[in-house]
Design a protein around this ligand. Structure first.
Ligand code: COA
Length: 182
């Protein structure tokens, strides 16, 4: 779905500009995913695992732009991509039509400026307007910044999924399953 370009002041006096992603953002999105995956251990991929090709990413973004209940939101500071935040349905069936999944990832240099709060707030508002009744996510239990962000926004922990991720070095991570009623 479409989200118009919107300027949001940050507490350090700079401006965050948010808008929905378009197919032309494919290469920037792939670079962002690659870099953020290397900067934090809390995302799904190992840094050396291959991602989409640019053409597959363009098609993926076109599909998300065309879908009525799906949003990939990008955030920019001074024209530079800071990261992305999104919601999408958990599945195509009526019995899960009230539930969406949300995610957020920023480049490390943009952490701690309130951008995650602003982008998640916009995404949650749009998810509610799209008719979802609850937003859900999983987060690595050690990811203190993300857990704090989600709890600040009203998500509650609904359980722990043990050994949910297994890293290349063989260690496991538990994740929290968190829900916010919209
Ligand atoms: C998680 C992430 C999105 C947070 O975004 P952010 O813009 O840095 O967060 P904000 O600045 O809006 O901070 C939100 C709240 O989180 C908390 N917080 C932020 N950084 C924190 C830290 N390092 N430790 C503990 N709490 C922290 C604070 O309570 C803060 O609220 P406050 O500013 O009112 O005090 C960002 O760190 C990130 O992209 N991390 C890497 C990817 C990732 O882990 N994504 C989530 C996967 S589930």
């Amino acid at each position: 779905m479409h989200y118009p370009e919107t300027a949001i002041p940050l507490r350090d006096g700079t401006t965050l500009t948010i808008r929905s992603a378009a197919p032309g953002d494919a290469e920037a999105m792939l670079a962002c995913l690659q870099e953020t995956t290397a900067e934090t251990p809390y995302l799904l991929r190992e840094p050396e695992e291959p991602g989409f090709t640019p053409e597959a990413e363009r098609q993926f973004l076109q599909g998300r732009a065309d879908a009525p209940r799906d949003l990939m939101l990008l955030g920019f500071c001074d024209g530079e991509l800071a990261g992305s935040c999104s919601f999408s349905p958990v599945g195509p069936f009526q019995r899960v039509g009230h539930r969406c999944e949300v995610s957020v990832a920023l480049y490390q240099k943009f952490w701690g400026k309130g951008i995650g709060t602003r982008m998640m707030t916009a995404v949650l508002e749009q998810a509610k307007a799209a008719g979802f009744e609850q937003a859900e996510l999983t987060v690595v239990a050690d990811n203190q910044a993300a857990v704090a962000l989600y709890e600040k926004l009203g998500f509650v922990r609904c359980g722990t999924l043990p050994r949910n991720m297994k890293y290349a070095d063989g260690h496991y991570a538990d994740v929290y399953w968190m829900i916010k009623y919209l």
